[in-house]
Design a protein around this ligand. Structure first.
Ligand SMILES: *Cc1c(COP(=O)(O)O)cnc(C)c1O
Length: 418
């Protein structure tokens, strides 16, 4: 997916709308999402998988903004959730419960009950005790639990170690032999119906090969499960497709990803519906985090650019050493020189960029942290007593405040009297 933001008469803009005007109108730090770009990325997946039965379930953990989720739901998207809270967010956005898949290693009984009552499409179960609890909850509520076991394909994903999930030693998934035994054990269970087998190998993966390897294993595995007498009807191939964060970086398109995956699946996929759980590749490039330069200072021979946004708004650089391009909203003439771009949070890790060549910046200038539409706001916190920022959604040249800035009263509302 390409970014919807570009310079227009020296100003960074979305279409004809300069981002600086939004920063002035709504304040900073501010997340801005272009809805047409989100829907465009979703549509690219739809087209890429059009020749096979499929359901796209956007990963809510990447971006849970209600306006954004509602637009995806209207376009036909389902959702991948990892908690009862995300289930509530999807339902509040008008998401279709049957198009919801519930992933994650630590579902509680209460979360299972809420999902069973809502009538979600699939539980991706990650352990034998979790499956025992799901069966128990389904029996009590007298609701059928649609089951997929998330198998651990033991595939290495070339990404940051914190977001690789598909190796044997990770907490995720069940080894294929154990999963096969569980499908056998629950075959014919009155309240559990095995309908799918699932994988998810990690995030920000830029090479189609590990996806192909994982899906090939999943396909072979599903064939074994079917041979054992379980009538699976779907394969959930997870998310994880990366995006180009760095200038010059290349990410496979959904079309290239689909080609690799469908070729790897071959006839093992025949008759099975594919479920996809893309997160980052749907949301990231459609969003920016706007921030104002508070101060410029020099320390130890380094130039520090101090922003009013910190890791409380965008934690990826602190958490994974992630790279986000930083662009001034108004271009100034002059030579680029290295800068340490930091936030106001009292932690050395509150650093967006080291030795980043940046054009001249002065206090009061506005910048955009690019590709912040995924794992930005959803990872925001109140650390250092910082209220969470506002989110603005753009569509066809109009700006809408989709979530207003948290107030200090709201931040403190759940505490009792001192
Ligand atoms: C995080 C996650 C996703 C989405 O990953 P992206 O890298 O954002 O595409 C999909 N499925 C599961 C199970 C996840 O944990």
């Amino acid at each position: 997916m390409s970014r919807p933001f570009a310079y227009r008469r020296g100003q960074l803009a979305c279409g004809a709308m300069p981002l600086a005007g939004l920063a002035r109108r709504f304040g900073t730090p501010l997340f801005v999402y272009d809805l047409d770009a989100v829907l465009g990325a979703y549509g690219a997946y739809e087209r890429a998988f059009a020749r096979v039965p499929h359901q796209i379930c956007a990963a809510v953990k990447a971006n849970a903004n209600r306006t954004v989720l509602a637009a995806l739901a209207r376009a036909g998207s389902g959702f991948d959730i990892v908690s009862g809270g995300e289930l509530a967010q999807v339902l509040a956005a008008g998401g279709e419960p049957r198009r919801v898949v519930f992933s994650g290693v630590g579902k509680t009984a209460g979360e299972m009950d809420a999902a069973l009552r809502a009538g979600i499409g699939l539980f991706n179960v990650e352990s034998a005790p979790e499956l025992a609890l799901l069966a128990e909850r389904a029996r009590r509520l007298r609701r059928i639990a649609p089951l997929g076991l998330r198998v651990n394909p033991d595939v290495a994903a070339p990404t940051h170690r914190h977001i690789a999930t598909g190796r044997r030693g990770h907490k995720f998934g069940v080894a294929p032999a154990e999963a096969l035994a569980l499908y056998r054990q629950y075959a014919g269970h009155r309240w559990v119906r095995a309908t799918a087998a699932s994988v998810h190998i990690g995030s920000q993966i830029l090479d189609p090969a590990p996806f192909a390897a994982a899906v090939r294993r999943l396909g072979h595995f599903a064939a074994e499960v079917r041979a054992a007498g379980c009538a699976l009807e779907a394969l959930d191939i997870g998310g994880g497709l990366g995006i180009a964060y760095r200038p010059g970086e290349r990410a496979p398109s959904p079309a290239a990803y689909a080609r690799a995956v469908l070729a790897a699946l071959g006839k093992d996929g025949a008759g099975l519906r594919l479920i996809l759980e893309p997160g980052r590749s749907i949301f990231a490039a459609a969003g920016v985090l706007l921030s104002r330069v508070l101060y410029i200072k020099h320390n130890g021979g380094l130039r520090f650019v101090i922003l009013d946004a910190g890791f409380t708004e965008l934690i990826r650089p602190a958490l994974y050493g992630a790279y986000h391009e930083i662009l001034p909203l108004r271009r100034r003439p002059g030579r680029r020189s290295p800068a340490e771009v930091v936030g106001p949070v009292c932690e050395t890790a509150d650093t967006f960029a080291h030795a980043r060549p940046l054009s001249p910046l002065a206090a009061g200038d506005l910048v955009a942290l690019m590709d912040a539409g995924a794992y930005g706001y959803s990872l925001a916190s109140n650390y250092n007593g910082r209220p969470r920022p506002a989110e603005v959604v753009l569509q066809r040249g109009r700006a809408r405040l989709a979530r207003r800035r948290e107030t200090l009263e709201e931040m403190m509302a759940r505490e009792g009297k001192a």
